[in-house]
Design a protein around this ligand. Structure first.
Ligand SMILES: N[C@@H](CCC(=O)N[C@@H](CS)C(=O)NCC(=O)O)C(=O)O
Length: 245
């Protein structure tokens, strides 16, 4: 199974950002062609009914799924590390450096992206206390990871703007998506902190100035998750911004 197989890699995910967007950025930023199949969010119930069919839900009846060379690969982090090695020079990196990049990728995905699901799937009329405490916990974690990532970048004396050095590694796309999502949800509260993190700010603009990626940025889904309450929840989070600082 390699990304050089004659068949085009197909990424299947819902038309939202959640677990798929960093993978889309990475594939769009690489020289490989891929098919970005997005299931409309309104088809979630139909997906659930048919998810047991391997061609629909892959091995675990859940997305994302990467179809490549006749194989179906599931689990976001497994797909990410596979693509990193196959498309983004990962197989040529020293293993200790690769492990360090995997650590950053894991932190971005598990700590800076996964927690949004809990918040966005709250009922839109949920208790203020519940929403504020979850939003505050996420905001604080995001700021902590931002500072830690900035230090890790500085300490590593990297040859370029990316954690991957001169070229972005998968970790860079996950960090980028984490920063972009935090700016979307927490607006200037998070943007201000990002401006005080010059290395991550440069990483963000370097990824945004990539031409191939610039085109796919236009197609960023409006929703982070498939939750029907997400827009109301996001408005409520912003309205409560004094509380989570
Ligand atoms: N551990 C899996 C989780 C995958 C997962 O839960 N995906 C969600 C979408 S974000 C899904 O397919 N949900 C289908 C459902 O709710 O039935 C991963 O990291 O990829």
């Amino acid at each position: 199974m390699t990304a050089n197989d004659s068949t085009v890699a197909v990424l299947r995910y819902f038309d939202c950002r959640n677990r798929g967007q960093a993978l889309r950025f990475a594939m769009a930023g690489s020289s490989h062609t891929f098919q970005d199949v997005r299931l409309p969010i309104v088809e979630l119930d139909t997906f659930r009914k048919n998810a047991h069919i391997a061609g629909v839900g892959g091995p675990f009846a859940a997305l994302p799924v990467l179809e490549i060379g006749g194989h179906s690969l599931a689990q976001t982090l497994a797909i990410a590390t596979f693509l990193d090695r196959e498309m983004l020079d990962g197989s040529t990196r020293p293993s200790d450096y690769q492990a360090w990049l995997d650590m950053i990728l894991n932190a971005a995905h598990l700590d800076m992206q996964a927690p949004y699901s809990n918040i966005m799937w709250l009922p839109e009329d949920c208790d203020d206390d519940v929403l504020v405490s979850q939003a505050r916990a996420l905001f604080r974690l995001l700021v902590r990871r931002l500072t830690q990532l900035e230090s890790l970048h500085a300490e590593a004396s990297l040859p370029g703007k990316f954690f991957g050095g001169l070229n972005p590694a998968m970790a860079d796309y996950f960090v980028y998506e984490s920063l972009s999502r935090a700016c979307l949800v927490f607006k200037e509260e998070f943007e201000g902190r990002l401006c005080s993190s010059p290395r991550l700010e440069k990483l963000r603009s370097a990824i945004e100035s990539d031409r191939a990626l610039g085109q796919s940025l236009i197609e960023i889904p409006k929703q982070i998750t498939a939750s029907p309450s997400e827009f109301v929840i996001r408005e409520r989070v912003l309205a409560d911004r004094r509380l989570w600082n």
